[in-house]
Design a binder for this molecule. Structure first.
Ligand code: KIV
Ligand code: ZN
Length: 564
């Protein structure tokens, strides 16, 4: 920000609450959740949802497990009214779900709202009026506190008086002193108490007092102080459900809600992925999964987050950002090498320990991605910043290649160089291709065309290898005896003056999950000048895979830049 502009702004006054108790509290049970996707969220869409889209979204919210759903502002527009009627007339509202409708405290709007909800089993009628000094001064042309309080009271009275007009519907009253976050606390309390005096709630028939951070003006600790202050002063406290409704102007809507719950609130309003005015409403997915990540049940089921996200993106026409907690494309992906190594080790340890219910403990991952329907394969992705372990992890988990540990740096470097040259991330198939192309079955300048092994049973283990090779395009036969196929082949090369190395390591295995039952072999050679390289061979025959690995390593000793 331009430093000259700073004089326009003021610090936000703190709440005087020296004996605040919320900092020592722990979140150990989930609140009541209310989705406001179909109202606050919908209101904020460049292209609001159609009735059909709202119906689909409503069904999604029900499947997730929401028991309270603000379905719209039925008195504000015909589509909103029709949507409410369709839910009721087509009996789409499950027995245990309560719809909530928003309405300003204006008589004709409240009457129309009652027409919209008639016939519902139960409905929350949500009235609101703005209370902050800024709104009183600017929007309501210097209205007094008494005038503003009276708006709330008259709305509550009308709702109370209309209740008998739809006897088949149980009405719950919700009142929001809108702009609570910058309203004087004593005035928020005055409005809430005045509404309670009209509605006369009891612990058995509670009122919902929703205390919105309509605009997030300050830090979450101040929000928590405001909520604790209200919870302490409301009377009778047990007759009210204190509800939170945070927006995200400073990017701390989730934190404000979590601290508000510590401060004594019982209920949370929010939207999937935080859609809502300006920077959005509270992201209810994040808060609920944060609870889950501490082992606390929420009643909301986000185990198939991908499907939820797909429906959301289609009907809202808004993308879920790649870094969105839990749901974003990249949030279970590690690019950094050290992170990849640690994650791989974490998974390996869990596999070895074999107890899928044991306490979660994989570095860098707050939850098991599988618990919300995400896959392990997507966890590690490779770019030029990645570590050697990441490439080996992909080759092993996606393609069944179990590379020797000392081969990881050589393959890793080659793959990262490629990512660097291309200036982008590589997918698993590209990594496999790079590995095979650069390390496996290499045939230039030396190629193994064919071979025959003759086992001399008399001398135990003695093998004769008759190999047909091509060296710089010149074909010849090479023969050698050894105590195994590899050793015999090394002797065959020696007979042609091609042995300028020591074989220092050899591994082979069947490729897990390989469709054509291939085997893989890895051979490390040390050149007489001290350089070491790994080469690989892949072949249906494990013997041939070994010989191919040796030839690959031999060729790599002739290439520059692939050795250790
Ligand atoms: O943000 C807000 O204050 C609202 C109210 C209508 C509750 O959405
Ligand atoms: Zn809102």
């Amino acid at each position: 920000m331009n430093p000259n502009s700073l004089s326009k702004y003021r610090p936000f006054p703190p709440v005087s609450l020296p004996d605040r108790s919320w900092p020592d509290k722990v979140l150990n049970r989930a609140p009541t959740w209310c989705s406001v996707d179909l109202r606050d969220g919908n209101q904020a869409l460049p292209q609001p949802m159609s009735v059909e889209e709202k119906l689909e979204f409503f069904d999604l919210l029900v499947r997730i497990g929401f028991k309270e759903i603000e379905i719209g502002f039925p008195s504000a527009a015909d589509t909103e009214f029709q949507f409410c009627r369709r839910l009721i007339d087509e009996k789409r509202i499950p027995e245990d779900v309560t719809i909530q409708v928003l309405v300003q405290t204006r008589e004709h709007l409240i009457r129309r709202t009652f027409e919209a909800i008639a016939g519902a089993r139960r409905a929350i009628v949500h009235i609101y009026n703005s209370t902050s000094p800024l709104q009183r001064r600017v929007t309501f042309s210097d209205a007094s506190r008494d005038e503003i309080r009276e708006i709330a009271v008259s709305g509550a009275r009308l709702v109370r008086d209309l209740v008998p007009s739809i006897p088949e519907t149980e009405i719950v009253l919700q009142y929001s002193p809108e702009s609570f976050s910058d309203t004087e606390l004593d005035f928020s309390l005055e409005c809430c108490q005045a509404v309670m005096d009209v509605w006369k709630p009891t612990p058995e028939k509670q009122i919902i007092l929703n205390l919105p951070a309509t605009v997030e003006w300050t830090t979450p600790n101040v929000h928590a102080d405001q909520i604790e202050w209200m919870c302490r002063h409301l009377s009778p406290r047990e007759a009210a459900i204190v509800s939170l409704h945070t927006h995200n102007d400073r990017g701390t809507g989730v934190a404000a809600t979590e601290l508000g719950l510590l401060a004594g609130a019982n209920r949370v309003e929010g939207t999937l992925f935080g859609n809502g005015e300006r920077t959005g409403n509270l992201d209810i997915v994040t808060v609920a999964l944060n609870f889950n990540s501490h082992g606390i049940a929420t009643g909301l089921d986000f185990s198939d987050l991908a499907t939820i996200r797909t429906v959301y993106e289609r009907v809202t026409r808004l993308p879920v950002p790649e870094r969105q907690p839990y749901a974003g494309e990249l949030v279970f992906t590690a690019f950094s090498g050290s992170h990849q190594d640690a994650i791989r080790k974490g998974f390996e340890r869990r596999r070895k320990e074999g107890d899928s219910a044991a306490a979660w403990g994989v570095p860098y991952l707050t939850i098991d991605p599988q618990d919300i329907g995400r896959s392990y394969e997507a966890i590690i992705r490779i770019n030029s910043q990645s570590g050697k372990g990441g490439v080996a992890y992909v080759l092993e988990n996606e393609y069944g290649f179990d590379l020797p540990k000392t081969m990881h740096p050589q393959v890793g470097r080659c793959v990262y160089d490629l990512a660097d040259r291309l200036g982008r991330e590589l997918d698993a198939a590209e990594i496999r291709e790079a590995f095979l192309e650069n390390f496996a079955n290499l045939s230039d300048p030396l190629a193994l065309l064919d071979y025959e092994l003759i086992h001399h049973t008399a001398e135990r283990g003695e093998v004769r290898c008759v190999a047909s090779i091509s060296h710089h395009g010149r074909k010849e036969d090479a023969v050698g005896n050894g105590n195994g196929p590899i050793n015999a082949f090394v002797r065959a090369l020696e007979s042609k003056g091609l042995k300028d190395f020591k074989l220092t390591d050899y591994r082979s295995h069947a490729i897990r999950g390989g469709s054509d039952a291939d085997s893989a072999a890895y051979i490390q050679l040390q050149h007489d000048d001290g350089r070491t390289v790994w080469g690989a061979g892949v072949d249906p025959s494990i013997e041939m895979a070994g010989l191919r690995a040796l030839v690959s390593a031999w060729n790599l000793l002739r290439h520059t830049g692939r050795g250790e």
